[in-house]
Ligand binder design. Structure first.
Ligand SMILES: [Zn+2]
Length: 289
């Protein structure tokens, strides 16, 4: 969002070349795609944290070493979390809440400023492939991202999309509230009531602005400025391809984080590179075929 098209193209080319020039990357990608849980992953980032391996988050099977939080998403999460599915991709709402006020130092249980962990806009959706695909830099053509974009546009043009989206955003906000309130209790019972009172006051404000955003979105959905983008390795979070879908209008970003704008490369730039470079780029080891 902050860089221009040519800058995005050049940056994506640079990160992609850097990725493919990393020794051992082909072998590691093959292990990841084959769900090899004995492999020692050193290059790929954003797999499930080691302490969670072998454990479950109440829903679905235990996490495996080669998993990410987006691997087999529907089996690890409440089905309600999936807003739309095709055979190849799912649309989900960002896990984090859109409102930075629930991540500020006076609210976050750690008392540290965690605002960068909030969403990038009131509406921050993610389109993820159902197959294991690591990142935009690891792809060799535009086929999958084209499907993901078409999927989103089909969803967005449906009459019930704005309702589904605002509902999911609300859920994410309430989940954040519960998570913070529980952490206060766990961390220090004596300060919990005071912190909880502060949280309730902030939450009240968040609910009011979320309702206003929801009304604005319902009225302006068809004309809303939606941008699609990718975070390229190594500047990504979850090690499973995810396309960010964000409302770009500054009003929808009032309480959201701008901390990731610098690394958000536009869909168009990624599409341009993946669509035109198949012949030009020599991928070491002949990967992928
Ligand atoms: Zn990302």
């Amino acid at each position: 969002m902050s860089l221009q098209f040519t800058d995005h193209v050049n940056e994506f080319k640079r990160l992609r070349a850097e990725f493919w020039n990393t020794a051992g990357v082909c072998e590691e990608l093959r292990a990841y795609e084959a769900r090899d849980n004995d492999y020692e992953y050193k290059i790929l980032k954003g797999l499930v944290p080691k302490p969670l391996v072998g454990r479950t988050n109440d829903i679905g099977p235990a996490w495996q070493k080669s998993d990410t939080f987006f691997t087999d998403f529907p089996t690890h999460n409440d089905p309600q979390r999936v807003l739309s599915s095709t055979e190849r991709s799912h649309i989900i709402c960002n896990i984090a809440c859109h409102d930075t006020r629930l991540y500020s130092s006076d609210i976050d249980p750690s008392s540290l400023d965690k605002t960068a962990a909030a969403g990038m806009s009131y509406m921050h959706l993610l389109v993820i492939p159902s197959e294991k695909v690591y990142n935009a830099v690891s792809m060799s053509n535009t086929e999958l991202i084209t499907e993901m974009k078409t999927h989103f546009l089909d969803f967005w043009n449906r009459d019930d999309s704005a309702d589904k989206v605002t509902h999911a955003i609300c859920d994410a906000m309430e989940r954040r509230y519960t998570e913070v309130a529980r952490a206060y209790q766990r961390n220090d019972n004596s300060t919990a009531p005071q912190r909880l009172a502060n949280l309730d006051a902030v939450m009240e404000e968040c609910r009011i602005s979320a309702t206003n955003f929801a009304n604005t979105l319902r009225t302006n959905r068809s004309s809303a400025d939606v941008v699609l983008g990718f975070h390229s390795h190594p500047h990504h979070s979850v090690g499973h391809l995810h396309m960010h879908v964000v409302l770009a209008d500054p009003q929808f970003r009032t309480y959201s984080t701008l901390a990731h704008d610098w690394k958000t490369l536009s869909f168009e730039a990624v599409e341009h590179v993946l669509g035109g470079e198949e012949v030009e780029l020599t991928i070491p080891g002949g990967w992928p075929a």
